[in-house]
Design a protein around this ligand. Sequence first.
Ligand code: GLN
Ligand code: ZN
Length: 758
Amino acid sequence: MVNVQSSTIGYPRIGGKREWKRALERFWNGDISEAELLATTEELRLDSLAKQRKLGIDLVPVGDFSLYDHVLDTSIMFGVVPKRFGYTGGKVSLETYFAIARGTKDAVASEMTKWFNTNYHYIVPELEGITPQLVENRPLAFYKEAKEKLGIDGKPVLLGPVTYIKLAKSYGNENFASLLQEFTPLYVQVLQELAEAGAQYVQIDEPILTKELSAEEIEQVKKAYTAMSKAVPQLKIILQTYFEKIANYEAVAALPVHGLGLDFVHGDSLSLLQKYGFPKDKVLAAGVIDGRNVWRADLDKKVALLQDILEHVEQERLIVQSSASLLHVPVSTEPEEKLDPVIKGGLAFANEKIAEIVLLTKGVQKGGAAITAGLEESRKALAALNNSKYRQNTEVKENVAKLTDQDVNRALPFAERIQAQEQRFQLPLLPTTTIGSLPQTPEVRQTRSKWRKGEITDQAYEQYINSQIDKWIAIQEEIGIDVLVHGEFERTDMVEYFGEKFAGFAVSEFGWVQSYGSRCVKPPLILGDVAFSEPITVKESVYAQSLTKKPVKGMLTGPVTILNWSFVRDDIPRFDVLNQIALALRQEIEALEKSGIRMIQVDEPALREGLPLDPEKHKAYLEAAVYAFKLATASVQNDTQIHTHMCYSEFNGIIDSISALDADVISIETSRSHGEIISAFENNTYDKEIGLGVYDIHSPRVPSKEEMKQNIHRALQTIQPTQFWINPDCGLKTRKEEETIEGLKVMVEAAKEVRESQ
Ligand code: GLN
Ligand code: ZN
């Protein structure tokens, strides 16, 4: 038997400098060929594997790499291609692969949604009317590649059948048993081929097991895993879970697999071991290093945690690893030369986390004395950050402690204040608006980047931004939109923009993580006490408003989203950080209002995704979220209208909390989920105003007027026309200018026609 081993369960795909993103986008633009794309990404993939091995990882994951999304990879592996893409069997071409993800002129893209409670998005499988077959054994190809090209005997990673089916569109629940039976032999085939090729380990990801399954479903899961492990007795299957503790622990722990991967950071898996023990015949892959945060771990605590874990499993049966795939963190802190060394020293991105995993593994193997120097170095770096100036703002801490209920309630209830707002704004029935951002052309981006590099002056940059605002206010007026936006041209990212301007934040240079497809985000680092320093958005909003008589919406990112899309310090309670952000935003909102901006949108696209996976944690989270949103927004006048935008979210079961935010208007994505979201509002007494997006902005395709009208009519079956706003699904930042103008024109025409028919 081997001694304790180290592993990771996935590594960032994007490369330290986002080489992956660039290659993909160049390919989509026709600047490089398929062969060039594949060559670049192969190099990147092999580098990542070699790096992990070099840093000392024993079990290196292979096959976690993707050209878009690993759920989509699983679909195409089994020929699961929706009919509208004209697929006729065999290995799925790259063209079809990207068509499913991004849509084409003739076929809408598959739905995309958030991967559990992360900001990573996957492509939702559509299983209706499809007979799955194994058309490409992708894990096998990646396994062979690593072995042949690097001599690495890797641990192939695949998304497990239970999770895959459960995440599929609508079918996951009704037909679970039959689908699982259908997929099991295909998985068996994948595993057999891997075993034949010499693979020793395989990691099967089943994060869905953190959610409660019914007794019947558990029976089905047992059947599937029994079939798989019987077929390949020589292959060591690690059933990998993450993001929470396992819900049906006893049943899952009894499944006939070699090992079980548990998350000890985002779920209290230790309590499960203490309560139920750990099966004597299994390997425990213990996720002790946080795969979802960027801070250096308190290694003394991790050593203690490992000791607790070792009460329940022999050292020979232990694997030390990250709590989740490192996909959710950036690659390395090494190139961060501009960060204060105290901050940099407190950070650990993927490579630094791997070093922590390797150190802890060594500690278990050789005893604590073997790693004293490493522990000491880590302690020092953490203490430096804790004692730094960033964490000593006593005033902010006191202000948060002083908050009362009065601070978080609007002066009048919605039904009364909406009258004052109607009076002020005089909007038509079914008013049209957009969600905030307008196309960020290469020119916009280049100008910003020049300004950042100091190649153009502040004044020249401001003039340029104003010229964009001029142009787009004119376009919006010309199209006939009722409520305008300034366009967010000054922002690279809706969270980073605020992060750069509030105290308590830092922004890394290369700290990118994948959000969806080639889109990466660079979450700001909330490392200290958050505070308002000076107005952030007032200048652009006031300028835009000066150009038009129509209302211009102020545009802010909400406290919950700033929290959820940042890497948040882990030395104080998360909800304390949340209230610090809310207080800072409250000051920004008051500044906007004072400058005459009387419609203010506070975006909360990440509110729903932050909902904890464990239902027992829901209440506390939702209460804290509602409290913070209200804290940020409640101090405005009755005739100031607060909007919020919640993007792609699943609202079933949380409508009451959405309502409790007490925003006057909410906008939500609907078209990409093909209308399903509306059902959440059926039979609900949602009494405020609402805009359900009438067209998908993730695809270059501009829908016809008829299609948009249908979307509007569909929404009007559930929502009163007097409550209803018309807008695209989300911001238009990633769209081209022509597409945007075309899309908005069609939208306004559709709105006018429906308005007239009311
Ligand atoms: N106001 C933002 C925009 O339009 C909202 C983005 C989002 O919901 N993710 O880009
Ligand atoms: Zn959105």
